[in-house]
Design a protein around this ligand. Structure first.
Ligand code: FES
Length: 108
C-alpha cells in the first residue's frame, strides 16, 4: 500500500535566549527554513512550509517534521537542504503547471 504523501513540512524556529538551553533557531533553523522555502518555491514542490514553535526535540534539532505521518528530520544543516528538497520532490511531487501556487509560496 502506498504511503500518503506529506502535505506540510514544519520547521521549528523557536529560539531560547539562555545559552545553556538548546533551541533550533540557535542551530540555524531560520536560515534552513528560508532555504527550504526558496527551494520549494523554485522547484514548485507540492508541499506547504510552516515555521513552527518548539516540537520538543530541542537537543536533536533543528527539528523538521512531515505532516501527516509525523516523521521527524533532525539535526540537518544548510548543506543538507538540496538533498532534503530532492526527497520532498520524490515524496510530494510537483504542483500542476496550471495550478496557482498556494498564497504562502507567492512571496512578496
Ligand atoms: S526548540 Fe526546536 S524542537 Fe524545541
Amino acid at each position: 500500500m502506498k504511503e500518503t504523501p506529506p502535505k506540510i513540512l514544519m520547521i521549528c524556529i523557536n529560539r531560547r535566549f539562555r545559552a545553556d538551553e538548546p533551541s533550533c533557531a540557535a542551530r540555524g533553523s531560520e536560515d534552513i527554513a528560508a532555504a527550504i522555502e526558496s527551494g520549494v518555491r523554485k522547484r514548485c514542490i507540492a508541499i506547504e512550509i510552516e515555521r513552527s514553535v518548539c516540537m520538543s526535540q530541542c537537543p536533536k534539532g533543528p527539528t523538521i517534521k512531515l505532516v501527516p505521518g509525523g516523521r521527524f528530520i533532525l539535526g540537518r544543516t544548510l548543506a543538507d537542504v538540496p538533498a532534503l528538497l530532492d526527497k520532498l520532490e520524490d515524496l510530494c511531487g510537483l504542483l500542476d503547471e496550471e495550478a496557482t501556487p498556494p498564497a504562502h509560496l507567492l512571496g512578496n
